[in-house]
Structure formats: structure tokens, C-alpha cells
Design a protein around this ligand. Sequence first.
Ligand code: HEC
Length: 132
Amino acid sequence: MKGSRIILLWITIPLLAAASLWREGDAVKRGEGIFRNQCAQCHGINAAGGKSFPGKKSPPALNGKGHVTHHSPRTLMEHIRKGGGKKGEWMPPFGETLNARERREVLSYLYSLWPEKTWKRYEKKFKLNKKD
Ligand code: HEC
């Protein structure tokens, strides 16, 4: 009985650590800096959505209020890396400007803006407490 409780602890602790990684302070702060420099001119301050560009699709809100919450972390990371190019959209790719860690940090920052309820639902849907 005692043994199994200890095993449970060994399993639970790393899971909890992993679950909090996305919205942790340092990554979020660095991500915010990156966002301000590279993304805000299109997606708006605080990622609330960009102004419209004539003849082009408007940069969507990324603050948890729109479509963005339907995409997995992997999909969003890929979008940041490749931009909208393949789909005929016009967001530039950041695969060269930002390294993998920086792309993750900027996503951490975006996640930190999401309302708590939205984040909880998202975390559960994409099992972020089990992988990533
Ligand atoms: C030149 C304008 C521009 C810049 C700069 C820009 N984006 Fe975008 N972004 C867009 C547009 C337009 C779309 C929607 C169409 C598309 O996919 O290209 C988009 C879509 C996205 C999406 C997909 C959202 C969804 O709901 O599917 C993500 C994530 C994203 N951008 C993140 C970023 C991040 C992070 C940065 C900075 C590193 C950034 N963007 C910089 C214009 C921009």
C-alpha cells in the first residue's frame, strides 16, 4: 500500500511540472518581448487582433478569444515556424528569425493571455498535462 503511494508520487510530480511549463514566468516574459517586436504590428498589442489590411485576411486575435483555441500546440508552433505560406495566406514564416525555444516562448506568452477557463479546457483537450 505504502509502496504504491510512493510510485504514484513519482508519476504525479513530473506531470505537474510539465503541466505548468507553458505558462511559466520566465518563458512568458521572454515571449512577450518577442511578441512585441515581431508579432504585435500585425496581431495587435496584447494579441487582441490586428487592423485590416486591404485585400488581405486580417491577422486574428491570439488572446484566447477566437479560433486559435481550436489548434493544438503543435499546429500553432508549426504555423509560427512556416507562416501562412502553404495555405496561400500571408503571415511570414519565423523559422529562421526565431529558434525553437523562442517560438515556444512566444506561444507561452499567448497562452498566458487566455482566460483561465479557456486554458483549462484547452489543457484538457490536448492533454498538456500528459505530454508536450
Ligand atoms: C505581417 C503580419 C503578421 C505578422 C508579423 C505575424 N502574423 Fe501571425 N498571422 C497573420 C495573419 C494574416 C494570419 C491569418 C492568416 C495566415 O495564416 O496567414 C496569422 C495567423 C497566425 C496564427 C494562426 C492563428 C489561428 O487561429 O490559426 C498564429 C498562431 C500566429 N499568426 C502567430 C504569430 C506570431 C507568434 C507572430 C510573431 C512571431 C506572428 N503571428 C506574426 C499575420 C501576421
